[in-house]
Design a protein around this ligand. Sequence first.
Ligand code: AMP
Ligand code: GLY
Length: 472
Amino acid sequence: MSGKRVLVVDAGGRGNAIAHAFARSEAVETVYVAPGNAGSEMMKKCRLATMQGTAPKTISELLAFAKLVKIDLTFVGPEGYLSDGIVNIFQEEGQRILGPHREAAILENSKCTTKDLLKGLRVPVPLCRNFDDADSAKEYAMHHCSENPGKGLVIKADGLAAGKGTVVCATTEEALSTIDRIMVSPRLFGKAGERIEIEERLQGRELMFFALSDGRTVQPMQSALDYKQAYASDEAVAVRLFNKNAGNPYLDNNPNTGGMGGFSPHPWLDEELTDKIMNRIAIPTVRGFKESTGHEYKGVIYFGLMISEEKEPSVLEINVRLGDPETEVILPRLETDFYQLSEAVLDGELDSVPMQWSRDVCLGICAISGRAIKPLASGGPERPGYPGEHYTNMPISGLDKVDPDILVYHNGTAKGDDSAGKRRLFTTGGRVLTLVARGKSLSEARVKAYDNIKRIHFNGMRYRKDIGLGYV
Ligand code: AMP
Ligand code: GLY
């Protein structure tokens, strides 16, 4: 029997980590990544998908590629393709594709609808309310802040905003101004901010929990701790400079990002907490979604949770996919054959393939495009850096100095020629690379990761120095 061909649809580090997991399967001959990036070809068996010299990007191009190359299984990373119905369209054409349907992507597309559904199912969520006009939202925010002095408030744009649509506000003034910035023209997150959700601010520790559903059964995958804020708590000066350069009025607001790094497993996730999350959150959500909408949920479901001191979980958000950078620290720990597992999901036989995970800890650090050091060749204006405006096209060096047991998943890179005509790697995005080290303990993984990331350079490169700190 010839080997299987897999297509991974993703442009970032998550896609490269998914491709890497498929490539470890003996059943798999080739993993194509689309649109991918320069890091997609660095692992054995993995190749960039190309058709007539260009990377397929649209759903119809991806479908044409899958048919041309006779792909056996397609796995989708990002929410955009899922909410555009890639799974529906591929299945109508007889392709085997793993991910939830367009109808299920609402769980990530609309924070307001999802919180209403969860409340109805009695799944624990923070106290929250939805608004579609700024005046009533501000009235509620003022009332909430005066009733709960010093606690702050969380404002969330309803729709997709690349992981940046949530603003944690410390004061009433900040909450009121945030409501205006999201809801009143020019809207900070565009149409995604036509509706907002206002949530009480919870204290505790965050935990990103992943589960897999074949439509019949839901099984726990693994957890990670993702560092969402751009800066560590001791970087107040850098936060102020960022906000000044970004034109943000609240100079002390540490902005949220798609994720700055993380580690897996989460130190708080024991069997008891896993059971609690599965029985009170994951299973009721997947079942309740089917009962209330008629649509089956097949694929990965991601719960962003806050865990209280009493170890009680509360759902901050749901995503209909794997996370980035969580995937980069979770999937290297998977010992089960990922191709076999994906087939079992598609066949509705997930309970026949038990998931096995290594006890090792994986810790990942994201190298991002921060404030570039002048003089930029273009002499351009000062940009605050990711998650704000940032420069790209910076040459990257030092990857050849990294130890062989370190994984470097590329988030935003491309190959090109420098001014001397030399073939090099360049930055193309806000998040550029996720460097992952594994160890028998968190401290071992942490030491290795920080030792290696120092060997990589590009103009403006920045990373958080505190990933894993406080847990070792
Ligand atoms: P979300 O977009 O809902 O995942 O929120 C992004 C980040 O904002 C989370 O990872 C938390 O750090 C923070 N956050 C969101 N909701 C709350 C909440 N209700 N209380 C405290 N922090 C929150
Ligand atoms: N790291 C957060 C996300 O993927 O949504």
